[in-house]
Ligand binder design. Sequence first.
Ligand SMILES: Nc1ncnc2c1ncn2[C@@H]1O[C@H](COP(=O)(O)OP(=O)(O)OP(=O)(O)O)[C@@H](O)[C@H]1O
Length: 494
Amino acid sequence: MDGFTLTNSQYAGNNPRPDDNLNFDDPVQTSFSLQNTSFSRALTIDQTINIPEDEELQDSKFEVVLKLSDLQGDPNSPLYSIKKFEELGLSEDLIRGIYFMNFRRPSKIQERALPFLLANPPRNMIAQSQSGTGKTAAFVLAILSRVNYELHTPQALILAPTRELARQIMGVIQTMGQFTKAESQFAIPMMVTWGKVFTAHIVVGTPGTVLDCIRKKWLPIDNIRVFVVDEADTMLDQQGMGDQCIRIKRSIPTAAQVLLWSATFPSTVVAYAEQFAPRATTLSLEHHELTVVGIKQMYMDCGGEEDKFRVLTDLYSVLTIGSSIIFVKRRETADKIHQRMTAHGHKVACLHSHIDNPGSARDTVIDDFRFGKAKVLITTNVLARGLDVATVSMVVNYDLPTDVNNNPDPQTYLHRIGRTGRFGRVGVSISFVHNRQSWMDLCAIADYFNVPMLRVPADDIEEVESVVKKVLKAGPPKTGDSMEISRHAGANRR
Ligand SMILES: Nc1ncnc2c1ncn2[C@@H]1O[C@H](COP(=O)(O)OP(=O)(O)OP(=O)(O)O)[C@@H](O)[C@H]1O
């Protein structure tokens, strides 16, 4: 099975959203109470894990040997390609950048998308590919190929939902484009020089600040020829950000190539995305193709809301793995867990989008995490998407992701767990369930992706440690390999 479905949408419609005057940069944090319905502890999924019981682990680092060449030679892997970068029509300067980054072969999305992205006349594109499969590099390469370096004015505009993601994308542009004459500039809070007109070829920003800079005429947009919306499904779907994206799109030249990227494009957003990027070439995936095989999905059955904290601290008192991220629903929960884990002697960092948390403080937290100064990061959905830190080997869903209507949110779940298992690496995700509602939410997510969830015991942390270590030690499975599983979680809901 090759994965992508390729379609050319012919639809060119009007913008469907009202022009509300909302102005914020980060995703809205939704808050609500978890429903404590009668809790069934009787989760009896009988799952087994068939990882060889061979050697004991040598150390606690779990440096997984990346067998990338194996994965990239497996037609079922999202990292598979038949072409080399040298065959994709990129300039020598860019090929040098790719070599510098140690990329050997393109991933499937890179191989598929790049010929369309570079073709003339330029076409819009809606591109979907699993988390951690190199979407950023794909659109950065396209932009670096299209920019006229002799013209000192913005020609490419990239929108990201958070400052963390904008900073990360900037890092990729600067590394990949270091042998070109590309100049790039931020349009994110606290990184814009008051009154100074942008002259860089490439601008990366968050929608609120970009719009602000356009309105103030600091950001010239007449020469924009590539317009990228990363994490496009969430950007377009959120009322404030969606409106800002529309306004920005209306300001830039109509001939600009519009590129929408995400690992998820739920059906509710697809039509809208097609209106936003008319007549786009679309690379899409089915639900069941979205999960990354290198991420082993587990769950723990906790005794109640308060017991989750006991399980978490038990887990961290035993487990010594690379880096990990704990996702919670609310900022208050993040702060509370941060305080309590710190009091228990754990070294943890915390990042969310509270107004008192200025950009510079957020930058320090994320940089400390990226460079390993802090190994555990507690956060909200603000970091659910895009964050690329290779050492993350575990994601904990302390609270399962739910949408504004309290329904399970499979897309956010997929993005959260996708912070591990990047580009062929292995990782584990552990979701806490603590009542009937959270159990049903997890079942709904498992059903949506048709994936197995392995139960690990909340009252036997040594056993959890052993399972996690085995998974990390086993390395990435080949696509289609069944690492375990007799039945998946959704098959046995109560
Ligand atoms: N062809 C390649 N060979 C080796 N590594 C690559 C290649 N392309 C990208 N990578 C690396 O893979 C990692 C994931 O890439 P990237 O962040 O672009 O993924 P993504 O698809 O945008 O993920 P997400 O959906 O989470 O945003 C990065 O560390 C990147 O440097």
